[in-house]
Design a protein around this ligand. Sequence first.
Ligand SMILES: Nc1ncnc2c1ncn2[C@@H]1O[C@H](COP(=O)(O)OP(=O)(O)OP(=O)(O)O)[C@@H](O)[C@H]1O
Ligand SMILES: [Mg+2]
Length: 293
Amino acid sequence: MNEPLLDIQNLRVDFHTDGGVVHAVRNVSITLAPGEIRGLVGESGSGKSVTSLSVLGLLGTPRARVEGGAIVFRGENLLDKTEKEMRGIRGSHIGLVSQNALSALDPSFTIGAQLIEVIRLHQKVGKETARKKALESLELVALPDPARRMKAYPHELSGGQRQRVVIAIALACRPELLLADEPTTALDATVQKQILDLLLEINRELGTAILIVTHDFGVVSHVCSQVTVMRHGEVMEAGTTAAVLEEPKHPYTQGLMSAVPKLHLDDATRAVPRSNRRLYEFKQLVSAQGETR
Ligand SMILES: Nc1ncnc2c1ncn2[C@@H]1O[C@H](COP(=O)(O)OP(=O)(O)OP(=O)(O)O)[C@@H](O)[C@H]1O
Ligand SMILES: [Mg+2]
């Protein structure tokens, strides 16, 4: 078997708050093979974001403490890295796409300037080369008229276009791993599907492994081959998306899945063998959401 690209082993993260210790992540293990897309799914507060931000060393508060475990990326434990070493890994080897594209972009700089800055931060290239790479990244995410968009400010773009730019920035240095935390939650259903399809295309074209954090099983069934289900900081179950959707082992997973509205069984659904039906219904649901707006 291939060595995993990312191997989170028994990770434990606590927050030391005035009200006491919050055990946000309890012995969580997640692996991601090179080029794999895994969904990390669970209700609000289950520890999805804390887990993914731990990978980048971006917990953002001294109250957060990694109490145990290992985060092995390309064979090295990221928990042993210095902040300086982590800066070399973030962006270059691991990209981050967050939910709110507007807050991820600086309103006072053009799209081009922000892309060029990220590229020059991580790669020793001149301004012209960086500009070329920036343009390539905008082409990669299929932003219409990329040369003109380079000169645009974030507020001049639609929500979906802004999220494409955030993805372009995350991919500018062609990282092996993309962490996407609720990348489509803030978008309407049509745009949501377009962005998910874009992530699939990037995965196919560049071989980028993607960890998609979501509360939505529809997203998981559309793009993820593997899924890990979390609750209260723990892993409830993990496996191939098809297996977990078909036979969720834990009642919590069944509950999460039933929170996604069901489609009426149409003739095409009935023609699908029973064992594949649930997966098929989810796929139908996602594509129907895309078409109804
Ligand atoms: N800065 C913080 N200080 C204290 N507790 C925190 C902090 N950040 C997160 N937590 C706690 O850690 C737990 C996990 O939070 P996390 O943000 O990972 O949840 P999540 O699964 O990403 O939820 P959501 O779907 O709402 O984004 C929660 O109990 C949360 O209250
Ligand atoms: Mg979160």
